[in-house]
Design a protein around this ligand. Structure first.
Ligand code: DX5
Ligand code: ZN
Length: 222
């Protein structure tokens, strides 16, 4: 998936009342991907939006849709998210008893396949599915809510994922508590795609979001 840092604003922190306008604003502000957090109220104790809303948003931007499925039994939903226009579908390791098959299905649908690891899940569980992976998402908070504090212990895991994926075309993504303060730590450890919600969706619309993205991008290169 190319080179260089990827900034993926999480729409979870945007104004849901104006979701389409917020996608447009953050697209114009310099987002590389649009990160869409799907929560089902079972796998995580929160509920957000699903495929119909993502399909509606597809009309307002050409940016890559990075869909983070925090749901139980994602297998039954994969077709719907591919149909909605997801380019990347990331499932949780903890929600997939047949992960190898789930990942194969995501690629069969024409999408790039990602796996997310909760903070307690070791990197090593992915060693035997690396051939099926385009992205590994290291959760740097416990999933379910925006605005939480970065878990410093995850830096070790990012470094382990970097070693494990050396020489492969697998993007290492991080999600949760990514701010100007934590950005250089995660990129130094090996992260390339940075999800940020509350650090980007503050300030005055497009201009504010651009300033926030620019700071994170600058810190990522240090
Ligand atoms: C958390 C979500 C994140 C969330 C990050 O479960 O997966 O994408 O929006 O929010 P911040 O950047 O505020 O920690
Ligand atoms: Zn997310």
């Amino acid at each position: 998936m190319g080179d260089g840092i990827i900034i993926a604003p999480s729409m979870l922190a945007s104004d849901f009342c104006r979701l389409g306008d917020e996608v447009v604003a953050v697209d114009r502000a310099g987002a590389d991907w649009i990160h869409l957090d799907v929560m089902d109220g079972h796998f995580v104790p929160n509920l957000t939006f699903g495929a119909p809303i993502i399909k509606a948003l597809r009309a307002v931007t050409d940016k890559t849709f990075d869909v983070h499925l925090m749901v139980a039994n994602p297998d039954t939903l994969l077709d719907a998210y591919a149909d909605a226009g997801a380019e990347i579908i990331t499932v949780h390791f903890e929600a997939c008893p047949h992960l190898d098959r789930t990942l194969a299905r995501i690629r069969d649908l024409g999408c790039r396949a990602g796996v997310s690891l909760n903070p307690h899940t070791p990197a090593d569980v992915l060693r035997h599915v690396l051939d099926r992976l385009d992205l590994i998402l290291v959760m740097t908070v416990n999933p379910g809510f925006g605005g939480q504090s970065f878990i410093t212990g995850m830096l070790d895991k990012i470094a382990t994922v970097r070693e494990m994926t050396a020489g492969r075309d697998i993007v290492i993504e991080v999600d949760g508590g990514i701010t100007p303060e934590t950005t250089s730590l995660v990129t130094a450890a090996g992260a390339r795609a940075l999800v940020a919600g509350s650090a980007i969706f503050k300030g005055d619309g497009e201009a504010g979001y651009r300033a926030n993205i620019d700071v994170i991008r600058a810190d990522a290169q240090v």
